[in-house]
Design a protein around this ligand. Structure first.
Ligand code: TMP
Length: 198
């Protein structure tokens, strides 16, 4: 199975991706844990272009192309081979991040979808969105220093729009996308994640 974890910055999804992978491994499964943008060496190099420097460094279209280039490399080099070997893949972000973030950052959703269909064409079997109020994510201290920077750069309103975007995706793709309540301890949230597995 191919599972993606999604959510706003500071939602705790990276912790949940790790805990889910650990849980699956404890069940005897072989798991590839990966992240976006990044995962493969080439995609990690592209990640540096995306997450470092001035937020206005790229136009919305160039940014969209870079996310897709990173994802394509990770898909070809790491994810498809792992799935072909019958392994499970748990990724910290996938195509839904681009749908939500790049639409919020001024991209056109139809273009985002068309490009992803063309160059990626692989949706997760299951997407778990760790749903969290942005203010609560900050107050709970979940946002690590780097993420606090991003909160500051993009603002609470941006994170609120992203959260609303994820809720809309859960309505658009009810068979694939589930909202998980991100309130509580990491272990409490992890139990909800495990309960959402088929
Ligand atoms: P991370 O903090 O979860 O590693 O994600 C890095 C940032 O990149 C985060 O603010 C979300 C953003 N992002 C996009 O804007 N589009 C994408 O397609 C992905 C994967 C991440």
């Amino acid at each position: 199975m191919f599972i993606s974890l999604e959510g706003i910055d500071g939602s705790g999804k990276s912790t949940q991706a790790r805990m889910l992978a650990d849980h699956l491994e404890a069940q005897g499964r072989t798991v590839l844990r990966t992240r976006e943008p990044g995962g493969s060496p080439g995609a990690e190099a592209i990640r540096a272009l995306l997450v470092e420097g001035d937020p206005g460094r790229w136009s919305p279209m160039t940014e969209l192309l870079l996310y897709n280039a990173a994802r394509r490399d990770n898909l070809e080099r790491r994810i498809e081979p792992a799935l072909a070997r019958g392994e499970w893949v748990v990724t910290d972000r996938w195509t839904d991040s681009t749908r939500v973030y790049q639409s919020t950052r001024g991209g056109d959703r139809a273009t985002v979808d068309a490009l992803q269909d063309l160059v990626i064409g692989r949706e997760p079997d299951l997407t778990l969105v760790i749903d969290m109020d942005p203010q609560a994510a900050l107050a709970r201290g979940l946002a690590r220093p780097g993420q606090e920077d991003r909160f500051e750069q993009l603002g609470l309103t941006f994170q609120e729009t992203v959260r609303t975007g994820y809720a809309a995706l859960a309505r658009d793709f009810p068979d694939r996308v589930r909202l998980i309540d991100g309130d509580g301890t990491a272990e409490e949230v992890a139990a909800r994640v495990r309960a959402a597995l088929p």
